[in-house]
Design a protein around this ligand. Structure first.
Ligand code: TRP
Length: 340
């Protein structure tokens, strides 16, 4: 286990995971879990937008862990880490903050967009929120998360790449100025970097209410699929599969390539109804989700096992964190008491 290179990646506990998470990131985690020593982080320090609703966060910690178990991330080989059980994350965030110029954060496009959205919510019903201090520190904390187990690889969704760039820059600066402590981690984006929502919007997300969840039952999945946005007026119109959500999902999740090719061909010629395209998609998605649901319900019936995964994983996460912080304090020459 110690010979292997390390992965750190994570997710904020704000809800259940959906197909977008799967195709954008989780699939890579599952594929790589035995080639790397993996730390999967539940980033509960980074939920300032849910600070008024911690009961939701508490629930989501379990939901995320169950989703991970459900997709087949083996908690014996990998470590499921609850961020706040490794308070070294907060310490490293503070120390890195000494050296990171605010301008580096301001350049981050993901941050810019998030801050903009907070101050000017698109949806008029939403309250305009002031930006909390934690919002400025969260990218630094994400850098600390990645550096903490001295990770080599960070498989994530596309929107996280700017944070990884920031991490690489931080590692280079630290190593050059102090001691060579951190590998410069690589980002890795999944097969479908940005899965469209069932409403045809650019991205599947919980907040847009356009997601199919890994835990949705077969009937819910079918209903959502049948209600999917379609850009075409009638079945005899020639359609473009490239801009039709149902086909983007077929491409992402239907292993029967011949069926998909046939449907696309007929769709282009106005020779297939959307209902048939969607029915076949619902079948494919349910076949894909069935083993995930099975594993989920097995663990749901045995929650102490889930707890054990979180407890053991957090302990392993803590152990490597303590090791890294020793190296960091040594590099920064912070071991005051060694003097006498
Ligand atoms: N910011 C990520 C998200 O919103 C979650 C996250 C926190 C993360 N720390 C990380 C992802 C470190 C990768 C590496 O999904």
């Amino acid at each position: 286990m110690t010979e292997k290179k390390r992965i750190l990646t994570g997710i904020r506990p704000t809800g259940s995971l959906h197909l977008g998470h799967y195709a954008g990131a989780l699939e890579n985690w599952v594929r790589l879990q035995h080639d790397y020593n993996c730390y999967f982080l539940i980033a509960d320090y980074q939920v300032s937008d849910y600070a008024d609703d911690i009961s939701l966060v508490r629930q989501a910690v379990w939901d995320v862990a169950l989703d991970w178990l459900a997709v087949g991330l083996d908690p014996e080989h990998s470590s499921y880490v609850i961020e706040s059980l490794v308070p070294e994350h907060a310490e490293l965030t503070t120390l890195l903050g000494w050296f990171l110029p605010v301008s580096m954060l301001e350049r981050n496009p993901t941050l810019k967009a998030e801050m903009e959205a907070m101050e000017n919510p698109e949806d008029g019903s939403q309250e305009r929120k002031s930006v909390p201090v934690a919002f400025y520190t969260y990218p630094v904390m994400q850098v600390a998360n990645i550096l903490m187990p001295r990770a080599h690889l960070v498989p994530v969704g596309e929107d996280q790449l700017p944070h990884i760039e920031l991490t690489r820059e931080t590692a280079r600066r630290f190593n050059r100025r102090f001691k060579d402590v951190f590998p410069e981690p690589e980002g890795l984006v999944g097969r479908v970097p940005r899965l469209v929502g069932i409403d045809g919007q650019a991205k599947m997300s919980k907040s847009k209410n356009n997601a199919i969840y890994l835990k949705d039952d077969a009937e819910t999945v079918s209903k959502k699929v049948m209600s999917m946005f379609t850009p075409r007026m009638k079945p005899t119109d020639p359609g473009d599969p490239e801009i039709t959500p149902a086909f983007m999902y077929h491409d992402a999740f239907n292993p029967d390539k011949a069926e998909v090719a046939d449907l696309k061909e007929r769709y282009r010629n106005g020779a297939v109804g959307d209902a048939e395209v969607k029915r076949k998609l619902a079948v494919a998605l349910n076949i894909f989700l069935e083993p995930i649901r099975d594993r989920r319900s097995k663990y749901e019936a045995n929650m102490p096992l889930v707890r054990e995964a979180l407890e053991a994983g957090s302990k392993r996460g803590r152990a490597i964190a303590v090791e890294t912080m020793e190296m960091v304090r040594d590099a920064l020459d912070l071991n005051y008491l060694r003097k006498y």
